[in-house]
Design a protein around this ligand. Structure first.
Ligand code: GLV
Ligand code: GLV
Length: 352
């Protein structure tokens, strides 16, 4: 073997053979079935040509320095890459692989699931049954009622709002259209102008009353369902904060299927406790996986939380793992990487 490759998580019997069959690669695989230990990674990275990481593995200058000049590529099995210090990798001229597109549908599906769960008291209802409460609850005229996601004669408009309006938001929108959603509002990078033509095309494709880029203030005030689907990192940190939540409708539902850092957990817990909004469905929470039973959001009955599983379908994870392996192989042995992070924004930084 000519190239050492560190693999931070076993990618399973369907995908590992892609790597194992490349005899040019010497694989060093984290042996345990849990997130790779930082100390192990630092010990094993020296001299590596490539590394396959998960979003739980931080790729920073310390790791890159330890790897040394042999390192050519970092391939992450995720669409998000906040765990990778892009300045540090671009200074070193590394190729970064990631796995967009293949998870779009799975994440959109889960976003709809969480919107329904949170609005319709799915979490409260299920815990009631688990705890033996159904016999007392019986069927009650207004028992466990929540706001309806689909339009009705009693509520003929339904506005979905998105923070971030990329591939996954648009795939989520397409799933909500059959519910009778009438308006789509979104907020995205303030420095990029709205794409009026694209918005008009979506509006007519889905026969909506509006597809509109708005500011955060209007987004908070107008959305019946607000879905957070923007990248993490400093520019989106706590974009959903106390101020934002106070402006939302009392019957609105917040869904976060992007990164925990976009939502201020303490403010959200307060919003739910005091009824500023109806409910929340979260796939991600800041500080995860350290989200114990007594976490303020776990204690809120109106908050449904699942442990970062938005892309977790059998099909999608297999695609993601395959792309992570193919990205790495292409970056080291040649050929096109299925998806490479565009580092051009960092190209002004002179190589050191
Ligand atoms: C999941 O959160 C991902 O970034 O793929
Ligand atoms: C509900 O189950 C109904 O029959 O209305």
């Amino acid at each position: 073997p000519r190239y050492k490759v560190v693999v931070c998580r076993n990618l399973g019997p369907d995908v590992m053979p892609l790597l194992e069959s490349r005899h040019e690669l010497e694989l060093v695989i984290w042996p345990e079935d849990r997130a790779c230990n930082r100390k192990w990674l630092l010990e094993n990275i020296p001299g590596a040509t490539g590394v396959i990481v998960m979003l739980t593995d931080k790729v920073d200058s310390e790791l890159l320095d330890k790897a040394g000049p042999s390192l050519r590529t970092v391939s992450t099995m995720s669409v998000g890459y906040e765990h990778i210090d892009l300045k540090a990798v671009s200074k070193r001229g590394l190729k970064i692989g990631y796995t967009p597109d293949v998870l779009t549908d799975a994440v959109a599906d889960l976003s709809v699931m969480l919107a329904l769960m949170a609005g319709r008291n799915g979490g409260i209802g299920y815990s009631l049954v688990l705890n033996g409460g159904w016999p007392n609850f019986s069927w009650a005229p207004f028992g466990l009622c929540g706001p309806q996601l689909s339009t009705t004669v009693l509520s003929p408009t339904r506005k979905v709002g998105f923070i971030g309006f990329g591939r996954i938001s648009q795939a989520t929108l397409s799933r909500l259209v059959p519910f009778g959603i009438t308006h789509c509002l979104y907020a995205s990078n303030p420095s990029s102008p709205p794409n009026l033509q694209h918005d008009a095309e979506l509006q007519s494709k889905y026969n909506l009353k509006a597809v509109l880029k708005v500011d955060l203030d209007e987004l908070a005030r107008e959305s019946d369902v607000l879905i957070v689907l923007a990248p993490g990192g400093p520019s989106t940190y706590h974009v959903v904060n106390e101020d934002f939540l106070r402006k939302m409708k009392k019957t609105s539902v917040l869904v976060n299927t992007s990164r925990g850092t976009l939502v201020d957990s303490d403010a959200l817990a307060k919003a739910l406790r005091e009824g500023w909004i109806w409910g929340a469905g979260l796939d991600v929470v800041e500080g995860e996986p350290n989200v114990p039973k007594d976490h303020p959001l776990v204690k809120e009955p109106k908050c449904v939380i699942v442990p970062h599983i938005a892309s977790a379908t059998l099909e999608t994870r297999k695609h993601m793992a395959t792309h992570a392996a193919q990205n790495l192989i292409a970056a080291i042995l040649g050929g096109d990487m299925p998806a490479q992070v565009d580092l051009s924004a960092f190209s002004l930084i002179p190589p050191c």
